[in-house]
Ligand binder design. Structure first.
Ligand code: NAP
Length: 337
């Protein structure tokens, strides 16, 4: 009798334990399901938000173009033609006076906008900025585009392979860093309210071996722009950072335009449309997609590996590549004949 009672108590206890265990399991399963559900919802919301930002920045921006004249009447530095077309007077800054005068004449004739030219070489550094500021006095500058930039070499090279290293390093720092800071500093005084566009690069998004100095100067431009934007947006000054990939210009030996490489005019058109829609942009949809693909397909561990650096070092420079390609074409057409 006593034994049977004990057995009943024992099985009751076991049942309770089992029930407790089942209850805990159910709670755990529910919690995990809830957590999983929330994660999925969060990821979906994040993905939808990113898609919306991309759509707004690169597609809808073509129709919702911001009235750039709200920033001020004058724009300083390139995208000259585009800014003139959008109703702004333009200050042109560059090294060659002949080229500046030619562009100025075209802008006046084609768009009926006023122009002002300043001949300057930003590699010089030093006192050029106070003279630029003097030239700009009295102009209501509304947009500043910091576009000037240079690389060490026209191909992937080790830092110590930089030709005329000492001089080149100073020039690059003057052109890519000092120019950005000083222009911003002097023009800020005129701006009060306005827009600064700093051109960085995909090379400034992640470290790029064999472009060491260029990459480092561009991450400077990126961070500088983002910090300034955070500091001054509430005071009416917008700082936009544009980080493109490949654009066919003098810097890239006017390489062939294709689905990956944009033409300068095509890129500038798309990039100007993003004004007012994003403070940090790749400039166009193709470059934004390429940037996302690169971060997935070329993760840091691979890009920074000695193996990859060696492979990259052996990539021929664009000029050699184009020459080889045209020789190849000539050779195959000669064979056909
Ligand atoms: N091209 C690309 O694939 C690419 C990719 C990513 C980022 N970026 C960035 O985009 C910006 C523009 O590059 P880009 O390819 O258009 O270069 P670019 O063709 O060499 O030059 C762009 C402009 O800068 C002026 N400039 C160059 N050096 C100058 C100097 N020392 N002093 C005064 N003006 C100078 C040029 O005027 P003059 O030569 O007529 O004097 C030209 O109007 C740069 O900041 C570059 O780092 C370019």
């Amino acid at each position: 009798m006593h034994f049977q009672q004990n057995k009943a108590v024992h099985s009751e206890g076991q049942e309770m334990l089992l029930a407790q265990e089942l209850y805990l399991k159910a709670v755990l399963t529910d919690t995990l399901a809830l957590f999983g559900g929330l994660t999925v919802v969060f990821c979906l919301l994040k993905f939808t938000w990113k898609c919306w930002c991309g759509l707004r920045q690169f597609v809808l921006s073509e129709h919702w173009q911001q009235d750039l004249r709200t920033y001020g009447q004058w724009a300083d530095l390139p995208e000259w033609f585009l800014l003139a077309r959008r109703g702004l007077d333009v200050v042109l800054v560059g090294r060659s006076d002949v080229k500046l005068q030619m562009v100025a004449k075209e802008i006046r004739n084609e768009y009926g906008r006023k122009t002002h030219t300043i001949q300057v070489d930003f590699t010089e550094g030093g006192g050029i900025y106070s003279s630029i500021a003097k030239e700009l006095q009295g102009l209501q500058i509304g947009i500043l585009v910091n576009n000037v930039g240079m690389t060490c070499t026209d191909h992937f090279a080790y830092f110590l392979e930089t030709p005329d290293a000492e001089q080149k390093i100073t020039q690059i720092i003057n052109c890519n860093i000092k120019q950005t800071i000083q222009n911003v500093f002097y023009i800020f005084i005129c701006l009060g309210k306005g827009l600064i566009i700093n051109i960085s690069s995909e090379a400034g998004v992640r470290p790029h071996p064999l472009l060491a100095l260029y990459s480092a100067t561009k991450i400077f431009v990126t961070y500088f722009s983002q910090c300034l934007h955070a500091e001054y947006k509430s005071m009416g000054i917008t700082v936009q950072c544009v980080a493109p990939l490949m654009v066919s210009t003098n810097m890239t030996q006017n390489m062939q335009v294709n689905c990956l490489v944009k033409s300068a005019a095509g890129f500038a058109y798309k990039a100007v449309n993003t004004i007012g829609h994003s403070s940090y942009t790749s400039g166009c949809l193709s470059h934004a997609l390429q940037s996302a693909a690169l971060s997935l397909l070329l993760p840091d561990w691979l890009r920074m590996s000695t193996f990859f650096v060696r492979v990259l070092r052996n990539v021929p420079n664009i000029r050699t590549y184009q020459r080889a390609e045209s020789e190849e074409k000539e050779w195959s057409s000669a064979k056909k004949k």
